[in-house]
Design a protein around this ligand. Structure first.
Ligand SMILES: NC(=O)C1=CN([C@@H]2O[C@H](COP(=O)(O)OP(=O)(O)OC[C@H]3O[C@@H](n4cnc5c(N)ncnc54)[C@H](OP(=O)(O)O)[C@@H]3O)[C@@H](O)[C@H]2O)C=CC1
Ligand SMILES: O=C(CO)COP(=O)(O)O
Length: 338
């Protein structure tokens, strides 16, 4: 029997994942808090603000009513921006508790919550009572929505606290263009996914400033080194960082001109202000808040993260980008592997 899935968040990624699940035969409800967007999805079968030149199948149903969206579902997939995940989870939790309903939770968002420094599986575990959930899983990897919607070959990972749930979710999403691997390293997958956005911002900025391929490779490689340092300090498996949600996602996000983080960095590199960049993007640029969260987290944990720190000072202290790059390059020499 078809699994019932509620997809919460109808931005680029939520609507494309909902479409993929619908295509795979799941019974999908796509929830958006924006009634205009729901109307457009149900009547025109388009989502023009977020996914250009694409018509969704008329079997994909959107709703503005959260109670209706999650009624009787097997899975709830959260795909709202990181910093609003807690508020949506609170609303979901109240409904599940009232109905005494038990579900499997998945999220596909990429970030660290500001102030609490929590990964999203931790946020969801705090908000949704254990008696209302069987499992919490994260779906992540190099997967630009714009490429998934055109059926480009895409490989991702589902990491879970429950091996059986990971395999079920793998089956739910897999098809001939979307291949899913399982993992038990929730910490590594979430940290890799969240922090690669910082590196994508940096890669875009380097490009905007006129730096070339060597600079990009340097940033991506040393960026991954510091992400791994932070991740392993929390107990992540180091091998996760050379997998899809580590190096894989850095490659796509730090090189794709579709990446919002890369594009934002590029605009900053060309001299535009952060306010201007955020205003013109009209979509979430997760790396901005996650840079601050990761910077503060690295200080608290005593983990050295020079690239994150440099990008933090550019974003939040108005530091000059060229001068910041010069400071990074002229630090004392050291061994590559420490
Ligand atoms: N886009 C991609 O290719 C990929 C994105 N991701 C991750 O998925 C997550 C979502 O990204 P994406 O879909 O691209 O983001 P978008 O900016 O495209 O869309 C965000 C969606 O969230 C909605 N939203 C904003 N605030 C709230 C709120 N308070 N409550 C409910 N809904 C809200 C927006 O509605 P409104 O329009 O009304 O503001 C919009 O529908 C991010 O963490 C991102 O890193 C992961 C892999 C790929
Ligand atoms: O995470 C992504 C691809 O894997 C999408 O990144 P952006 O949010 O930068 O577009």
């Amino acid at each position: 029997m078809a699994k019932k899935v509620a997809v919460l968040g109808a931005g680029s990624w939520g609507s494309v994942l909902a479409s993929l699940l619908d295509e795979n035969g799941s019974d999908v409800k796509l929830w958006s808090y924006n009634p205009q967007q729901v109307k457009e999805l149900n009547e025109q079968h388009t989502n023009t603000k977020y996914i250009k030149n694409f018509t969704f199948s008329d079997s994909l149903v959107a709703t503005n009513d959260l109670k209706e969206a999650i009624d009787g579902v097997d899975y709830i997939l959260f795909v709202v921006p990181t910093q609003v995940t807690r508020s949506v989870a609170k609303q979901v939790a109240a409904i599940l508790t009232e109905r005494n309903q038990k579900v499997n939770i998945i999220h596909a968002s990429k970030g660290i919550e500001e102030k609490t420094y929590l990964r999203l599986s931790q946020v969801l575990a705090q908000e949704i009572d254990a008696k209302n959930r069987n499992s919490i899983s994260v779906l992540s990897g190099p997967s630009q929505a714009e490429d998934v919607v055109t059926h480009d070959i895409t490989l991702v990972t589902v990491a879970s606290d429950n091996a059986h749930a990971a395999e079920e979710i793998q089956g739910l999403f897999m098809n001939n263009y979307f291949r899913v691997y399982t993992s038990d390293d929730v910490i590594g997958v979430e940290i890799g996914a969240a922090l690669k956005n910082i590196i994508a911002l940096g890669a875009g900025a380097l490009y905007g400033l006129g730096y070339k391929d060597n600079a990009k490779a340097a940033l991506m490689t040393r960026g991954l080194a510091e992400i791994s340092r932070l991740g392993t300090s929390f107990g992540a498996n180091p091998l996760t960082f050379i997998g899809l949600s580590g190096v894989g996602d850095i490659i796509v996000t730090a090189t794709s001109t579709n990446s919002r983080n890369w594009r934002a960095g590029n605009e900053l590199g060309k001299g535009h202000s952060l306010d201007e960049v955020v205003k013109n993007m009209g979509m979430v640029i997760e790396g901005i808040a996650t840079t601050r969260a990761a910077y503060e987290l690295s200080k608290k944990r005593g983990v050295e993260m020079p690239i994150t720190s440099a990008i933090y000072h550019v974003l939040y202290d108005g530091a000059d980008i060229k001068e910041t790059i010069n400071q990074l390059m002229t630090r004392e020499g050291r061994s590559e592997i420490e």
